[in-house]
Write a protein that binds this ligand. Structure first.
Ligand code: NAD
Length: 354
């Protein structure tokens, strides 16, 4: 299975060459290296290293809490890419990894289906895991980036949309989503404390619904769910009212934004990384998938299954001026183009379900 489209990786390297070059000769620790975004970082670094005399030395770690192990790639150490299996909540594992210049925490249990099933692990990875990595950053004087989430804003009132980084959010401490939302908020607080008290260079990324090739069929976020049903020629299942709206950011745009934050984000600052438009309902998104699939399927609106946490935020739309002005971030892939690249990839890489 190819976890990416080659043209996307080439586009990312081309558009983020300066940011990647700033990591040359550095030792980078990447937590969550076998997740959707972690695999992209790995592949981008691998392919950048092939063309660069000063390589990025990547050590990635993952405990496969929500991803599947894959066969080892032989050339990894030659390419300055290493992988170590382990849990970032385990302090002795983290201390055994060595010294680093840059630490990226992209570990997490991001899919609502998975965090519904594993609430305590979800909480631990953002809190214990982030703290362990911040301790390592402090000891190494390394730059630290935390993958938080747009979910820290909770369910905003309409006058707060699009959401700016300064918005404090409307989040419930109780309920099926709290383990994810509140632990991401606490992860951000940890970044604040290490920056204020120990002078650690921390950055916070708040991604807004990133999608694209590489999302696992068993991820259970909305786009893989739709693509999986299309592959099996089944109607698309929409939960609740299907009027909840989101904006979606294609993975190549998002990865460029992430690399910009990692290489030149201002210390202590959070950045929204996403695409501010179009903001569309889940029902309209389903229509787009059906149009691009050419299958004779339709939509079924159903109640939330027990396996999926209800209490979803009704709207999600980022204000990205800060990333535009400070980092020159500029998402360019429109939704129809991105969904069509994703669907073409799933046609080959997803399997038909009975
Ligand atoms: N993709 C998005 O749209 C999005 C949106 C908001 C936030 N985020 C955040 O960005 C990060 C990366 O997202 P993703 O889409 O790649 O998620 P993902 O679920 O595909 O990958 C996360 C990886 O972290 C690993 N992991 C979980 N707990 C771990 C632990 N204790 N120790 C080591 N590894 C562990 C999982 O096994 C998985 O491989 C996550 O923290 C997620 O919460 C992503």
């Amino acid at each position: 299975m190819n976890f990416y489209l080659q043209r996307d990786i080439e586009e990312i390297i081309d558009r983020a060459y300066a940011e990647l070059s700033s990591l040359s000769s550095k030792r980078v620790l990447l937590a969550g290296g076998k997740g959707f975004l972690g695999r992209y970082f790995t592949e981008i670094f691998r392919q950048f290293n092939k063309s660069s005399s000063c390589k990025i030395h990547l050590i990635s770690v993952d405990n496969f809490a929500s991803s599947t192990p894959e066969p080892k790639i032989n050339n990894e150490s030659k390419e300055a890419i290493e992988f170590s299996s382990g849990d970032i909540c385990d302090q002795s594992f983290i201390s055994s990894l060595g010294n680093f210049d840059t630490i990226i925490n992209a570990a997490g249990i991001a899919s609502p289906y998975h965090y519904r099933a594993k609430p305590l692990q979800t909480l631990d990875v953002s809190v214990k895991g982030t703290r362990n990595l911040l301790e390592l950053s402090k000891a190494n004087n390394a730059k630290f980036t935390f993958f938080s989430s747009s979910e820290i804003y909770g369910d905003p009132s309409p006058d707060k949309i699009p959401m700016q980084e300064s918005y404090r959010g409307n989040v419930s401490t109780l309920g099926p989503r709290a383990c994810y939302d509140e632990s991401k908020r606490l992860g951000e607080t940890l970044c604040y404390i290490y920056k204020q008290y120990f002078g650690t260079h921390t950055n916070i990324i708040r991604p807004f619904n990133v999608y694209g090739p590489g999302m696992q069929q068993q991820d259970y976020r909305v786009m893989p769910n739709f693509a999986s049903n299309i592959k099996s020629n089944k109607n698309l299942k929409l939960y609740g009212s299907a009027t909840q709206t989101r904006t979606y950011c294609y993975v190549s745009d998002a990865m460029i934004g992430f690399l910009k934050v990692i290489s030149k984000g201002l210390a202590g600052e959070p950045y929204n990384i996403g695409n501010p438009s179009p903001e569309i309902s889940v029902a309209k998104l389903a229509d787009l998938f059906i149009k691009l699939s050419y299958n004779k399927i339709s939509k079924d609106i159903i109640d939330y299954p027990d396996s999926y946490p209800s209490d979803e935020p009704m709207r999600r739309c980022p204000e990205i001026k800060k990333a535009i002005v400070q980092l020159n971030f500029n998402p360019i892939v429109d939704l129809e183009d991105g969904v069509s690249r994703f669907l073409n990839w799933t046609k080959i890489n997803y399997t038909r379900n009975a």
